[in-house]
Design a protein around this ligand. Sequence first.
Ligand code: ZN
Length: 152
Amino acid sequence: MFRGYAVKDMELNKLSYYIHEEERENSLQSILWFELLFDGVSIENLIGDDKAIPYYYFEDEDFDLPTFFDYQGKKYHIIGVCICGDAGCGSTDCEIIKDENFVKLKIIFRGGYKPPTDFMFMFSRKNYDDVIFEIREKSKEYKKKRENKLSK
Ligand SMILES: [Zn+2]
């Protein structure tokens, strides 16, 4: 007998994040970092690759993770950059597949490294949108705070 595939039977992952504030001696170089957590686990613990995203990647009005590059019509998005803060130096990326209700992240590691496990995560659209929205708001707040501090 055919059994329907009920949405409620699908196991969704949970996206959350952790904030690190890195104070450097030259306050111009201080950085707020956002570390994404997948079911509470950091990218570092999943694989040990570039793990967090600096606030300045969230300054535009996009509704997704920052776009690293477009390649053959596909967008690659950033989930972590090198500790120097430059995605051009190194990054962990993902493809985002979205519909009305769900968001899938297919994670691609640095240097085309293919992990033994399939790193595909699926979140509810609301969970994903809320996290990105919050990170963008916090990035903007931090930027403002920082500019005020610097102008004094
Ligand atoms: Zn670097």
